[in-house]
Design a protein around this ligand. Structure first.
Ligand code: CP3
Length: 352
């Protein structure tokens, strides 16, 4: 068989092509948190929606903000506008987003608090997300990939237990060391509902899904296996049972050398790399198992200038010839100038 016949035919969607071992028409690019506060049109829509949560639960508006960055920058993928904390909300935990402070939840600190969570209405509660996906699916151009997502159980649990974002997630780490029965049950519950949630997003039109484990990097080696790898493996297996062909991207931020164990064990199709990961190492050790996604430092994107050009070129050059999805190493910062994002997209497109 000739080289060109070995690869299946392109789907026409570059992100999906790379994730499924097809030859993409160009090096794809999208950015984590690409819909957000750095865009004036996002701020305008959010103002009209009322609060951030109102925006998440209004399918037409959520679809609109999902599409805004695609219209402006022609990114190769749209990620559905929602939040990883909608899942705890759907389980019955009280949730608010305070402007300038972030999420505030009623913390889960006991077996009793845990027992108040309920799986009964999870998918019904999240129906606006599925409606938004259907709207985006209908409006998105054929060459764009639609990405659904959830938070990984450990990362979601850190917010559920602390009731807010903290610099070190001490409350959840303490709960993990204390190994209280409700803590393990909470992780199990989050695995189960995350599988249902991702499957429902795929049914509603997502081409691929991403699992955000923003707080993977703070786990000890022992905890990393049981709280990052194991739950992710369960989710990957659960989703693949129903949707064997839908690619799954894992983003265990800050995993360092443990990225290798992560990709081997979880068998994710794509892996999101934070900006600290050396790409030569990733190309040699991780790329055998998983497509690489990342890993521009969001700070250099906000700073811009020659440092930005250099950082983009470093990424493109160190992964030359390997399948790669250009992205940031974490979400885009709200004070990022739009001109820098335009410069990034132009440079990746012209060099790729
Ligand atoms: O464009 C996209 O990427 C899709 C939407 C998206 C949001 N949050 C919207 C959002 C996605 C994929 C997320 C993921 C998310 N949410 C994560 C994992 C990735 C990461 O960034 O680490 C986490 C930990 C959360 C929880 C969360 N949501 C926090 C801690 C905060 C407050 C901090 C902040 O950035 O404001 C949010 C709020 C949030 N989620 C905003 C957006 C656009 C800002 C809210 C606003 O408009 O004021």
């Amino acid at each position: 068989m000739s080289e060109s016949m070995e690869r299946p035919a392109s789907t026409g969607k570059s992100v999906l092509d790379v994730l499924t071992g097809r030859e993409p028409s160009h090096r794809p690019i999208w950015l984590m948190r690409q819909a957000g506060r750095y865009l004036p049109e996002y701020l305008e829509t959010r103002k009209n929606a009322g609060s951030f949560l109102d925006l998440c639960y209004a399918p037409e508006l959520a679809a609109e903000v999902t599409l805004q960055p695609i219209r402006r920058f022609s990114f190769d993928a749209a990620i559905i506008f929602a939040d990883i904390l909608l899942l705890p909300h759907a389980l019955g935990q009280r949730l608010e987003f305070l402007v300038g402070e972030g999420p505030v939840l009623e913390p889960i600190t006991s077996g009793e608090d845990f027992a108040n969570l309920s799986r009964q209405r999870v998918l019904e509660h999240l129906n606006p997300v599925f409606e938004a996906l259907k709207i985006v699916r209908g409006e998105l151009a054929d060459d764009k990939t639609l990405i659904g997502f959830c938070g990984a159980p450990w990362t979601v649990a850190t917010y559920m237990i602390a009731g807010k974002g903290t610099p070190d997630q001490r409350p959840a780490r303490a709960a993990a060391y204390e190994n209280l029965p409700w803590f393990g049950k909470l992780i199990d519950l989050l695995c189960d509902v995350s599988i249902d949630y991702l499957c429902a997003q795929i049914e509603a039109g997502a081409d691929a899904v991403q699992i955000f484990d923003t707080w993977a990097g703070i786990l000890t080696a022992r905890q990393y296996d049981s709280l990052c790898i194991e739950p992710t493996m369960r989710i990957v297996r659960g989703v693949r049972e129903k949707f064997p062909d839908t690619p799954i991207i894992g983003f265990p931020r800050g995993s360092g050398v443990r990225y290798e164990a992560y990709v081997r064990a979880t068998k994710v199709d794509g892996v999101g790399l934070d900006w600290a990961v050396p790409l030569e190492w990733a190309g040699e050790t991780l790329a055998k198992h998983s497509v690489l996604q990342g890993n521009l430092d969001p700070i250099v994107l906000a700073t811009g200038g020659d440092a930005l050009d250099q950082a983009i070129d470093d990424i493109v050059e160190s992964l030359d010839g390997r399948s790669h999805i250009f992205n940031l190493g974490h979400g885009i910062l709200p004070d990022t100038p739009i001109a820098n994002v335009e410069r990034l997209v132009d440079r990746v497109r012209s060099g790729a």
